[in-house]
Design a binder for this molecule. Structure first.
Ligand code: B16
Ligand code: MG
Length: 219
């Protein structure tokens, strides 16, 4: 590909592992609703917005029609309060392996960076991790109208970076996020399981393997 000029990162599952906190908070709510969810089901919630996640959980438990709009808002808020309490414990120790050195490598190479996250808690999390200033832009759920797999969050990041899709790479841990990157016409790097992230141009088992040289070789 052309020389890389920008890299756009998902937050949850790429920069830090908040997926487990999301899962535990949703599980607490699901337990109250007598809906049984497990970690496999949680895979389908990664990268999915808070309200869409709730709808998926209710559908999974066959309870989609049991609550009105106001009750759903309250349930989503309740989950978020539980989640916010959990993420208070986040410190720079929660940055995923290899991310800090990779960001340093990008800075030295003059490559611009942004975050593209479906989370409304993205800014708080980045500040707790102590790395907010290392990204040129943060595009989070507050700045977009359509959540992943819609490409909007990545397109917005491209616009802010003033870069075209063909010189940028997106990094994601969720299938919905890889779809969003590909539909934004960018190259996608998946972090995790190749079976789940099949549409990605390159799948790495862990963030520890992120290296600019390897990304530069993606066709
Ligand atoms: P919040 P990402 C996503 O973040 C999470 O993967 C997803 O599980 C979560 O439901 C969504 O953010 C919304 O998060 O409830 O904090 O607004 O992976 O796009 O960074
Ligand atoms: Mg993610």
């Amino acid at each position: 590909m052309e020389k890389i000029k920008g890299i756009i990162f998902d937050l949850d599952g790429v920069i830090t592992d908040t997926a487990e906190f999301h899962y535990l908070a949703w599980k607490k709510l699901a337990d109250k609703l007598d809906i049984e969810i497990d970690r496999d089901f949680n895979e389908t919630l990664k990268g999915v917005s808070r309200t869409d996640s709730l709808e998926r959980i209710l559908a999974y438990g066959g309870r989609s029609d049991d609550f009105d709009a106001q009750e759903k808002v309250e349930m989503a808020e309740w989950k978020n309060e539980v989640y916010k309490e959990m993420i208070e414990a986040i410190t720079p120790n929660n940055i995923l392996p290899g991310i800090e050195s990779f960001l340093k490598e990008l800075k030295e190479a003059g490559i611009r960076t942004a975050i593209a996250s479906a989370s409304k808690n993205a800014e708080v999390i980045l500040r707790s991790l102590g790395i907010r200033d290392q990204f040129d832009y943060v595009v989070d759920a507050a700045k977009i109208t359509k959540s992943k797999p819609d490409p909007e969050v990545f397109l917005k990041a491209l616009e802010l970076l003033e870069l075209s899709a063909d010189v940028c790479i997106g990094v994601e841990d969720a299938a919905s996020g890889v779809d969003a990157i590909k539909d934004a016409k960018m190259r996608a790097v998946g972090i995790g399981d190749a079976e789940i992230l099949g549409r990605a141009d390159l799948v790495l088992a862990s963030t520890a393997s992120l290296q600019l040289k390897q990304l530069q070789n993606i066709d």
